[in-house]
Ligand binder design. Structure first.
Ligand SMILES: [Zn+2]
Length: 390
């Protein structure tokens, strides 16, 4: 069927969405703009579910995911499109202005094109389909909250809320790239170090310093190649110490210290191995540091999986559908694997194979952020092609 994207309303959608504030956990104003535009395009209010998963989100979140289920014009498996509603704090108060082929922030803020360009592309696709009566399979639009501060919305999402889609296209990311078919996984960890406190000048020999345990552990990890970029034979990834907090006064041997950090890898097995090496090294450092009574300290090492890595095969239907559609929208039929966490990590983990592509945003999380309008319009087109293949 012949159709074309209405470029003026596509750009207007983007401008309107960029002008709405939506920090992680406070996406209400953005969700309102999305809802109002979809209703105006012919979406029925019974297709729209607000605040999905709110109970499973952090307590200070004001809204949940926005889910829209558009009935198909044909019997076919359900396809989902997702985009996160939130922006990073640097985008607060952004005023979008158009300069030639770009949309920029007017003052010294980020723009929020990550991820409003994606939200706008999904909204434009729905408008195009509904207003032109294009044939389409059953569609689910998933607008998630709290992606930037921990993939909260996509983790809280349940496939049943989305009508059990067989695949998903997630719009996100910055810079031109192919369809993202793999992304790494991450583990966050906390090491609670317990030493033994004594007066630091009267009886230093009787103390066990938590600071020395931490220092020895980290120095040994660094020396053995487990700190920073890790490239051991079968183990590739990264590891970092983020914070170290401990001690109370200067004349007391430090008996408590909390160290936090993260590990990342494209391979779940490597990730497990890396976080295990960190745990074992902290425990060993605690065992080996003894006072004059032969006493040592201890470490409690806690890990929490932030998100799992995934890697889709080129033969997966979602990847094939993406590769067929991309050239029709002027994009290369390319795929890639990236080193960052996305809503796609959670969705793949929940059994919904998900490919991610960008909607023309550049320099996300940055004062130089902008949206490249031609690339944004390509994304509107690509989304519509993907949504109308039956
Ligand atoms: Zn994003």
């Amino acid at each position: 069927m012949e159709y074309s994207i209405d470029e003026n309303s596509a750009v207007q959608n983007l401008m309107d969405l960029l002008a709405a504030d939506g920090p992680s956990g406070g996406e209400g104003p953005v969700a309102d703009v999305v809802k109002q535009k979809l209703l105006a395009a012919g979406c029925q209010s019974k297709w729209i579910r607000e605040n999905a998963g709110l109970r499973r989100l952090p307590k200070d979140f004001t809204i949940g995911n926005l889910i829209v289920k558009i009935p198909g014009t044909a019997r076919a498996p359900r396809i989902m499109f997702s985009a996160h509603l939130d922006t990073v704090p640097i985008c607060r108060g952004a005023i979008p202005i158009r300069k030639g082929d770009r949309i920029l922030p007017k003052g010294r803020t980020g723009l929020g094109g990550d991820n409003r360009a994606s939200v706008a592309a999904v909204v434009t696709m729905a408008q195009t389909i509904l207003q032109n009566n294009l044939p389409h399979p059953p569609l689910t639009l998933l607008f998630t909250v709290g992606e930037e501060n921990g993939l909260h919305g996509s983790k809280a999402f349940r496939p049943s809320e989305g009508g059990h889609p067989v695949m998903c296209f997630n719009l996100d990311g910055s810079g031109e790239r192919g369809g993202v078919i793999g992304a790494l996984g991450a583990v966050r960890w906390i090491a609670e170090i317990h030493g033994k406190s004594v007066h630091a000048a009267i009886n230093p020999e009787g103390g066990v310093s938590a600071a020395v345990i931490a220092a020895n552990a980290i120095a040994s990890l660094k020396a053995d190649g487990w700190f920073g970029r890790i490239d051991k034979m079968s183990c590739k990834g990264t590891a970092n110490v983020g914070t170290m907090v401990g001690g109370e006064v200067d004349n007391q041997v430090m008996d408590r210290m909390t160290v936090t950090g993260e590990c990342r890898s494209h391979s779940s097995a490597a990730l497990k191995k890396i976080s295990n090496v960190w745990k074992k090294t902290f425990e060993k450092a605690a065992r080996e540091l003894k006072n004059n009574q032969g006493e040592c300290g201890s470490v409690e090492f806690f890990t929490a999986s932030d998100y799992r890595s995934f890697r889709l095969k080129k033969s997966e239907p979602v990847v094939k559908r993406f590769l067929r559609a991309a050239p029709q929208a002027g994009r290369k039929a390319d795929t890639e694997v990236i080193s960052a966490g996305l809503d796609a990590n959670s969705l793949n983990e929940k059994g919904i194979p998900t490919v991610t592509f960008d909607a023309g945003n550049c320099h996300a999380h940055d004062l130089n952020e902008y949206v490249e309008i031609p690339r944004y319009l390509e994304a509107c087109n690509l989304t519509t092609v993907l949504a109308t293949e039956i």
